[in-house]
Design a protein around this ligand. Structure first.
Ligand code: NAI
Ligand code: MG
Length: 489
């Protein structure tokens, strides 16, 4: 073993090995000073505005409209009007629009990726290689289903629901838009979409894609604003469907609001996924999967592998390897092509992460962060791992939604299942073992919508995604994802 390896194994300190900056230019993005709402194919002014900023340096990017109740009603009315003809369009024609949107997204992907990183804080490497290709793939995928609904549901006469009110979060702004809009339009619905207040810009740029694709006015409407705008949308008369991705707290409020109304609902809420590592796994691969599972997108991921369950016999070795790997993560400017961990999306989210990490220390878990220099402006949180975590700790129960991993141990597969399921959530899980039969045995027993075997955070438009328990209900993606936007006679 060389000196370097020895040193790296004990204390991860190669901080003097820096990369030269490799910033992606922002020239390709042309921002307006001020944006209205995209309603009925036109831009409408709002009475109130708010400023949207860049989390990497808190600099203002643009003024964005705060949609009022009347603005939301307007958008729903435009969507209802458009529904009359859009739902009657031959399905092959609807498919053409979706194919066009997919192609334009692919053509303009660099522009969208830069804007996504600028407004949301995620590394350009991720928006370029994950968010954009997947968003385009979603439109391609659902374009293919548009004229095959009768085959997907033989003898069941699938019909669209009407206007879909869609509310999305800030962690995957454009991708969540694609998950919502593509299946809705493919099934013949029209939409009113509300992006999150901290990340409205790619949704507003998407309005320009709709213009370019000549999507008929009113089929896609984008209303910006905070939670009150979302609440107006949920309460509005004239919608046939609500699709929400966000916190469990707001999901519950929406479900209460819709009780007794004939409105179809899907909820995709939080998670506290177990990433379960057995002693016979390929350890270095597992370490990569653990890092990807929790530090991808700063851990702002509902299906993040935030609870690491390690078989006791390999605990020390795995933690040593993990810490060493963490010391090589580059934290900093989201627009730098070398960045692995970007900016925290908002001050509020940073405060929430900080509070939960403090609780972890207070409750007796052991914290480790690799040495890294965080930029002075903007919002940042160093990659963090907690060892000596008990199941009762807040950091083992609550969704942190940041780059913070909690490590727990188990001895037997039964114990792993029990601990993995000991949560109010049930969105995803990961299993690392050489034994295929064990993966199947575990997957059968885990109460999680998605179970990954020897991988993590893998997405494909053809594969359904969704939760159990307080992670929500309904599935997005795949043929299952169509059902959320259809009724059957
Ligand atoms: P949030 O649930 O408040 O926001 C998500 C979306 O819902 C945003 O567009 C927001 O404007 C909208 N919204 C807020 N209140 C609403 C209401 N009463 N009616 C209708 N729409 C409403 O999430 P927030 O506050 O940004 O994050 C808090 C925590 O939630 C995070 O720390 C994280 O744990 C979790 N979260 C989970 C997400 C997921 O993908 N499952 C996404 C975002 C947050
Ligand atoms: Mg909130």
């Amino acid at each position: 073993m060389t000196d370097l390896q020895k040193r790296g194994d004990r204390s991860p300190v190669p901080t003097d090995w820096t990369y030269a900056p490799a910033p992606e230019s922002t020239d390709i993005v042309r921002l307006q000073e001020r944006y209205g709402l995209y309603v009925g194919g036109e831009w409408l002014e709002t009475k109130d505005q708010f400023t949207t900023i860049a989390p990497r340096d808190e600099s203002p990017l643009a003024e964005v409209g705060q949609a009022s109740e009347a603005d939301v009603q307007n958008a729903v009315a435009a969507a209802r009007e458009a529904f009359k003809s859009w739902s009657k369009l031959p399905a092959t024609e609807r498919a053409k629009y979706l194919f066009r949107i997919a192609r334009i997204l692919a053509e303009r992907s660099r522009e969208f990726a830069v804007l996504e990183s600028l407004n949301g804080g995620k590394p350009i490497k991720e928006s370029r290689d994950v968010d954009l290709p997947l968003a385009a793939a979603h439109f391609f995928y659902y374009a293919g289903w548009a004229d095959k609904l009768e085959y997907a549901y033989p003898n069941r006469s699938p019909k669209p629901l009407g206007v879909a009110g869609q509310i999305i979060p800030w962690n995957f702004p454009l991708l969540m838009l694609a998950w919502k809009i593509a299946p809705a339009l493919a099934c013949g619905n029209t939409v009113v979409l509300k992006p999150a207040e901290t990340t409205p810009l790619t949704a507003l740029l998407f309005a320009d894609v709709c213009r370019q694709a000549e999507v008929p006015p009113g089929v896609v409407n984008i209303v910006t604003g905070d939670g009150s705008t979302g609440a107006h949308l949920v309460r509005s008369e004239g919608i046939g469907k609500v699709a929400f991705t966000g916190s469990t707290e707001v999901g519950k409020a929406i479900q209460r609001e819709l009780a007794g109304r004939d409105i179809s609902l899907t909820l995709e809420l939080g998670g506290k996924a177990a990433n379960i590592v057995f002693e016979d796994c390929a350890l270095d691969q597992a370490v990569e999967g653990i890092v990807n599972g929790i530090y991808f997108n700063q851990g702002h991921v509902c299906c993040a592998g935030s609870r690491l369950l390690v078989q006791e016999s390999i605990h020390d070795q795995l933690v040593r390897k993990l810490k060493r790997r963490m010391s090589t993560l580059r934290v900093g400017d989201p627009l730098d092509k070398n960045t692995d961990v970007g900016a925290i999306n908002s001050k509020a989210q940073l405060d929430r992460i900080t509070e939960l990490v403090q609780a972890g220390t207070d409750e007796g878990a052991e914290l480790y962060q690799p040495p890294c220099r965080l930029p002075e402006k903007g919002w940042w949180f160093a990659p963090t791992v907690f060892t000596n975590v008990a199941q009762s700790h807040r950091i083992a129960q609550e969704e942190i939604f940041g780059p913070v991993l909690s490590v727990l141990t188990f001895r037997t597969p039964d114990e792993a299942v029990e601990k993995a399921n000991n949560t109010m959530y049930g969105l995803s899980a990961g299993i690392w073992t050489e034994k295929g039969s064990r993966i199947l045995w575990m997957a059968d027993r885990l109460r999680a919508g998605v179970v990954w075997g020897n991988t993590f955070n893998r997405f494909d438009p053809a594969s359904p995604f969704g939760g159990y328990k307080e992670s929500g209900f309904g599935r997005e993606g795949g043929r299952h994802g169509l059902e959320a936007y259809l009724r059957f006679e």
